[in-house]
Design a binder for this molecule. Sequence first.
Ligand SMILES: CCCCC[C@H](S)C(=O)N[C@@H](Cc1ccccc1)C(=O)N[C@@H](C)C(=O)O
Ligand SMILES: [Zn+2]
Length: 333
Amino acid sequence: VKDSTSGKSYLHGAAIGGGTTTNPNIVPVHTYKANRMGETPFILLSGLFGFSGFEVETGTSFFADPAAVSAHTNSIKVNTYYQNIHKRNSIDGNGMPIISTVHIGSKWNNAAWNGKQMLYGDGDGILFSSLAGAMDVAGHEMTHGVISKTANLTYQGESGAINESLADIFGALSEMHSHGLTSPSEWEMGEDIYTPNVPGDGGLRSMSNPKSKKLSAAYGLKDNAYPDHYEDRYLGELDKGGVHINSSINNKAAYLISEGGEHHGVKVTGITRSKTEKIFYRSLTNYLVPSSGFKEMRAAAIQSARDLYPDRNGAPSAETKAVIAAYDAIGVP
Ligand SMILES: CCCCC[C@H](S)C(=O)N[C@@H](Cc1ccccc1)C(=O)N[C@@H](C)C(=O)O
Ligand SMILES: [Zn+2]
């Protein structure tokens, strides 16, 4: 089948019938189109052959629906990332089924995690093409699932911005892990599906240079740039207190920790993506709690770095130094 994004063809094996695999590493992945009245989903469970199972509507061919194929393929890639890199078996760490539904709403320019599954809009073809087509979107939404099973960060204000930022961080890093860091545009969010008619304009948000993007009119703050420093954080009520706005401040810290750079006069020596993702995953699963904001995010990341890359004869490791410098650089005390 053709994946609508990469254009690559995938062979999706499927065994008709029930039965769950005994292999804990195979997680049934269900992808189906939004159910129209009267059609019942027909389950193809193919865990036995190392493929993931998927669910399609009776009479509607999964194979003819690029959005369903993309949502399914991206779910597998993100799940593989969490299993291989963080030793986490699916969203709950316990092999729970990963369910996606595509064609949500009409020309919906969004995707979401509804507490149980991922939902994808088709986009309006101007702002977005089908959001199921981007792996970093799948990684973003699936990470909301992981967050809900771990720190469960409250989705508003500062904790909501950290929630959104971690969703972007693991969305981007899982995509880079799977596709390789082909270009700096991988530190953009949604670059594969954002403004399909405008080539080369990156994604909806930039982690490497948040200010390079203007806030969308949706937040009623047209022409404001995304912030890249805590002093420039948005303090209003729009967007649940700016969860998609202030997330860029923490995104910048993650970018600096991984890639290094100089920001607001502070120099950070990067420690690479593979160490950065370990520090944030440990922060998420060991230290952050529902009310955690920027200050607690800084402390959790520093502690996680110390745990993973211990001080040597009383001096912080290079990894810990990078985390401290990055949070200094974005102005989080
Ligand atoms: C239903 C209510 C809104 C849910 C918001 C979801 S979690 C979300 O954050 N979606 C992402 C989708 C995305 C991800 C990566 C790249 C591009 C787009 C998001 O950023 N949504 C923006 C458009 C928003 O909701 O403001
Ligand atoms: Zn989100």
